[in-house]
Design a protein around this ligand. Structure first.
Ligand code: TA6
Length: 437
């Protein structure tokens, strides 16, 4: 079986014929889903049995492999393997650093044998069970460094197989951010204790969120609907790295992004582009930007689920939420009012509503104050699992509840955000050590 790399312009007839036979005639995929308007800017692959084109595949510039199809009479003869080998070769030539696809579940084993990992739960696409699968190319970090590295300030390393992490160092601070989930893991101002907390039992593996740092909860905050993941679906997926650069006062920024695809639309049927922009210097700024690229309004809840490192939770308090109403998750979301500073002597899980205030984490243990300012949000979550709930997290070590505290910058509870077609919403968290200490 020979494979040719072709373009839509040169081989639309052969490509279209195979896809019509396999997807439209054989699998009843609706025409409107098949011809999605992306063909003209993709790499295409045709596999031939002698001179007859019997299979095809497509690779988009963001690493999305799709439209893998082999005519019925030519299956089981190595056509799929030949196609995938050609796709991987082109991906390397294009210094693509990671690939993803939405495989029909029955074919998942074929991709696993080529190094792909399933990510997330099975989902229906055109009524056929699918699994999203990702492959971090062996050259991932080096490809990202080639395209986005900043000498002496920003570079990519592999924290574990398939888990690339960007390391940022400036005169003011250092940081680490996992490309998976666009999850800030560490931010440590020079000469200070780490400001963010990551569990010693955290798991670094494809498709699994790291316990700590700043998980991005989107496009819903909290429990998902039946069979859908808690805190949305973006924190366990690889995001695109779109841009890096230097900002004011020796800061460095990195911009991650993700668009909708069949697997996201199966979980949440909207067209979107979501970005996380992290600007790191003497302060840490995170901007979660949602754009509605579809034709109808949609509503989201979301959160920057920040885990802070504290000296000892029992001698830590949070100010800025005085006299604020909150929904107490520990008491079935009963409404209550905050009197004085928030202190901790047991499981605490509260959504404070109608508040745009800065919060200050007053940490007597480390003798410091951490300010958490925000915009684009009228709700704040404060969470500590305490002893019993900590035991329920396999990725928390015993007693770690004493050294961590979540003060989360969110749109949660009644603070729901509606975004019209073409519109955007920007949720911003701004974290700094209070000079006042
Ligand atoms: O933000 C607080 C919370 O919703 C808690 O109720 C707890 O579920 C926490 O997030 C951790 O959620 P996760 O899905 O990351 O284990």
């Amino acid at each position: 079986m020979q494979v040719q790399v072709v373009t839509w312009a040169s081989h639309a007839a052969e490509l279209g014929s195979i896809r019509r036979h396999v997807f439209i005639d054989e699998q009843n995929v609706p025409e409107a889903l098949e011809w999605d308007g992306l063909d003209h800017r993709a790499f295409h692959f045709l596999v031939y049995a002698d001179t007859l084109p019997v299979g095809c595949a497509r690779l988009l510039a963001d690493g999305h492999i799709g439209r893998m199809a082999v005519l019925q009479d030519f299956r089981g003869q190595g056509a799929g393997r030949a196609l995938l080998a050609a796709v991987l070769q082109t991906a390397r030539q294009q210094t693509l650093s990671w690939l993803y696809l939405n495989a029909q579940t029955h074919a998942a084993g074929f991709y696993v044998r080529s190094g792909f990992q399933p990510v997330g739960a099975e989902f229906p696409d055109a009524g056929i069970p699918h699994l999203r699968m990702e492959l971090v190319m062996e050259n991932h970090s080096s490809a990202l460094n080639t395209r986005f590295g900043l000498a002496g300030k920003l570079h990519f390393v592999d924290a574990a197989a398939g888990v690339p992490v960007v390391e940022i160092t400036t005169a003011h601070a250092s940081a680490r951010i996992a490309v998976q989930g666009a999850q800030v893991l560490e931010w440590q101002p020079t000469g200070q204790q780490p400001v963010l907390w990551v569990s010693r039992a955290a798991v670094y593996q494809t498709g699994k969120g790291v316990r700590g740092g700043v998980p991005v909860c989107w496009p819903w905050f909290g429990a998902g609907a039946e069979g859908k993941p808690a805190h949305g679906f973006v924190r366990t997926r690889l995001w695109e790295v779109r841009e890096t650069g230097q900002g004011v006062a020796d800061s460095v920024f990195i911009r991650f992004g993700m668009k909708d695809d069949e697997s996201t639309r199966a979980l949440w049927d909207h067209a979107f582009d979501v970005e996380l922009i992290v600007t790191m210097g003497a302060a840490l700024k995170m901007e979660l930007v949602t754009r509605n690229t579809g034709a109808a309004p949609f509503e989201i809840t979301q959160g920057l689920h920040t885990y802070f490192r504290v000296g000892a939770i029992a001698s830590t308090q949070v100010t800025g939420l005085e006299d604020t109403v909150y929904l107490d998750k520990v008491l079935g979301f009963a409404r209550a009012t905050q009197h004085g500073a928030v202190t901790f002597d047991g499981e605490t899980d509260r959504v404070y509503v109608n508040t745009t205030s800065d919060c200050v984490i007053d940490d007597a243990g480390f003798q410091r104050k951490i300010r958490v300012a925000k915009s684009g949000s009228t709700s704040t979550v404060v969470w500590n699992p305490w002893i019993e709930k900590e035991k329920g997290f396999a990725d928390m070590a015993q007693g770690e509840y004493q050294e961590m505290l979540c003060v989360e910058t969110v749109n949660a509870g009644e603070d729901r955000v509606t975004i019209v077609p073409g519109g955007e919403h920007r949720l911003v968290a701004f974290i700094a050590l209070d000079a006042a200490v």
